[in-house]
Design a protein around this ligand. Sequence first.
Ligand code: C2E
Ligand code: MG
Ligand code: MG
Length: 700
Amino acid sequence: MNFRALTSKVLRSHTARTLSGSVALTLFVVQLAVYLPSVYSQYSGFTREQSRNARTLVQVGFNGNRQQSLDFQDNVLDDSLVGLVLLDATGRLLLNKGNTLDFDPAAAEMPARSGWIQPTAWQLQNGAEPAVSAIGFLDRSGLLKAALLKASLLSIFAVLSSLLAALVAMAGAARWYILPMERLIAVLREHRQISDGQVPEPIKVIGGNDLSPLAEEFNCMIEAQRKAARQVKVKQQYLEFAAHHDPLTHLPNRLMFEDTLRRTVQETLESDLRFSIFLVDLDNFKFFNDQYGHLVGDKMVAEVGNRLRTMMRDIDLVARLDGDEFVVIQKEVDESVCAEEVAARIMSVATAPYEYRGFTLKTAVSVGISSFPDDVHVQQDEQMLGEEMVNNAAVALQEAKSNGKNQYRLFNEKMRLRLTARIRLEQDLKMAMQDNQFEVYYQPKINIHTRQCTGAEALVRWRHPVNGFVSPEAFVPVAEETGLIIELGAWILQTACVKTRELQSMGYDGLNVAVNISAVQFTDGNLLPMVSQALESSGLSPELLELEITESAVMHDPEEVISSLHELSEHGMKLAIDDFGTGYSSLAYLKRFPVNTLKIDRAFITDISNDNDDVAIVEAVLGLGKHFNMKVVAEGVEDEEQLNFLKSQGCDIAQGYFISKPLSSEQYTHWLERWPFGVQERAAPEGMLELPAPQDRQVG
Ligand code: C2E
Ligand code: MG
Ligand code: MG
């Protein structure tokens, strides 16, 4: 910065101006105070003190005649002595003191001029000659001039030195005040404009000035901001981690997996390499959780996740997708790497025993594998390719699960076809409900002893506009998975209740209807209101409605099911266990189920005439039914021989093609009209739910 700029800057600053002005003025005043007395003394001549000193000196000059006192004519000395020159007899200068401006020591004699007091004016008291040859005194005439000259010189000096001091003060002010101030202002300005979270550098405090507190405050503020910024950063890092990781296993989560998968697809497309994904799912994990508790279940999941992470390379990704589902992306593999070997290793690592608090825990896993690019249609974008890979691996996993679990499956073309068909089925199912493509069929049941019709089982039928009849065994599981079964099930129940109520009004008073209820409807929590609504709107008595629940649905969550079954039973509905003998019924639970009917699966009836094992099973089920006071219905009775055998064994009710195939609503009515043994009478109600009289209710 040049001098002018600095000066103008300093002069613009009130503080700097005041400071340098004060310094200059003070110095000037101090100098005046110091100089003025000397000027004055110059003007006023010797002081008394100086006169006394001079007298002593003169006396010294009297070469040993010290005993002689010199008559100084004190009044002259006191008033007029302004300077003193002392020469010895040889003319040597002994003393030149005071204001002796005109004295020339080279002159042989003291000039006789006015103002000079000649030595002759001084006489020794004894009259002797003084040893000094000349003693001169100046007069006062030149004093004013000399004093003025001195005063001027001193004033100029004072002014100049004050100016210099002012300049120094200005430089100091600039160095310690203006420049830090400017810096502070610049930083503050810069700080005000910063919007991207950057925090400025702290200000260096040089020395102590009145800016220091401000700068320190600013620095504190900056430090606080930096601390806050650091905390925000840590928080952001944590949130970033939490958003992309699973809290239990600390493995990447679904979000990060999807992101990595997309990038892996992209990278692999640009290279000659391949990659594989392995969907790893713990088998029967719900059962594991129920057995050991969720805490141990969590430990197991974390352990499996950790083992998978450890066994894979750093470039691979191991993520946790769901409760017990992991995914592994094995990147950058060449032809030499066999996905099946990796899958086998995954299985052996994941299923190795795990010691936890004295327990040896073990789990099995199923693995579905899909490889890129072999298993995908490459003419798609990265996102869709990734999704296809996951879907394929999921299909392969499903295949492994449905083939008995604890195994791996590589995705193949057949699976893809099944997948496509499955997707299409799902889409068609959604349309079917809107387009009324469903129909309820009724398969009559008879009392084996009287052969009277006791009622029918309602069986849903789907007439697909293109494919024709679709078996419920094919679409009910899909409807269950998609949740459509809730709506469909409610519609079937409503239709079956209305039909049965119609038949009642035609005089078939004792007919009941059995409706299949899926496990999904059971766990949905809305079953009782849904059933009550169907009964109420149709006007059917609850004891004429039987709900069929498969054995596996019952065993899915027995405790939960027991309480639901009790609730339904308390409302008067009958309950049947369907396909009894095919699932894993725990007989211990059976006595706690408020079940009225056991339905022997048709698999045991089909071969009853030839297979002794089936005979034993049927006998056992009948024995159980008798013991627990339950009715037993034999399904799939296809000939008289089977019927006679069941009759001989004391079975109550039969259902099957021998009696009738499932019939449409109209066919069922006709069948009843033509059935030679008639329809059973309605049994007397026992403690059932009170419903309004049928005529008061709307028959849907
Ligand atoms: P399910 O409840 O055990 O139904 C009995 C099945 O056996 C019916 O097959 C019926 O047509 C068939 N069947 C009856 N008698 C004979 C016979 O003598 N021989 C042979 N070979 N088969 C016989 P469908 O109608 O195909 O139903 C199959 C399964 O689909 C049902 O088994 C049931 O689990 C499910 N399902 C059917 N309708 C519904 C429904 O409305 N809701 C639910 N949730 N599931 C249903
Ligand atoms: Mg059934
Ligand atoms: Mg059945």
